[in-house]
Design a protein around this ligand. Sequence first.
Ligand SMILES: C[S@@+](CC[C@H](N)C(=O)[O-])C[C@H]1O[C@@H](n2cnc3c(N)ncnc32)[C@H](O)[C@@H]1O
Length: 202
Amino acid sequence: MRVFIIKANEAHTDFDFSLKDLPGTSGRIDLICRSLNAAFHLSHSFRKNVRVYVTFLGPPDPPKTIRFEGSRIKPKILNPDELSTAKLIGKALKASGGIRGPSQEVEVFPGVFVSRMTFEDVIRKNTRFNLYVLEEGGEDLFSTKFPRDNVAFVLGDHIGLSREDLSFLEGFAQRISIGPKAYLTSHVISFVNIYLDRLGIP
Ligand SMILES: C[S@@+](CC[C@H](N)C(=O)[O-])C[C@H]1O[C@@H](n2cnc3c(N)ncnc32)[C@H](O)[C@@H]1O
């Protein structure tokens, strides 16, 4: 099982954005769509061993977290095309109206769960996994000894993880880097997925 946890600092928390201008109106939900694509899609196949958490922290009603569960998602509802994924996210955010406490999670589509979890809640929920923070300047991924299973990776969006996030994560996770530059979140996920494939880690 591979887990990716993404902190979406400005991503909107209701379906109040335009599908015609996702980058300009949604707080960069386009980036989240590309990241989901990188996490789940293979050529003519779907990664059922992947789980993705995205915590949406933008207006009008933060926080909201969507969990995408590869083992339950019908590949037909999560297409490689960004617009249909953005629509799915929008509908999931809309369906979260009645949810109150962070422990309540509602399955709005098969394998798509919405809750009020904060980024910190998501991290705490995943401490039984081997947690890694993907961050430029971390230890070299190629020198990291990964366990055979249950790895979870934390990533930022276009803004990145704050100093406070990194110090919160310090006690739970090892900071690792895939290379010397700041790469796009979706590219980092693709890189990690392919690297784990090469290592034979499920
Ligand atoms: C576009 S980058 C964030 C850039 C942001 N301006 C910053 O300085 O943090 C998006 C995310 O991809 C991941 N990332 C980018 N470059 C990386 C690298 N060289 N190694 C590991 N993760 C990286 C980090 O999780 C980062 O928060």
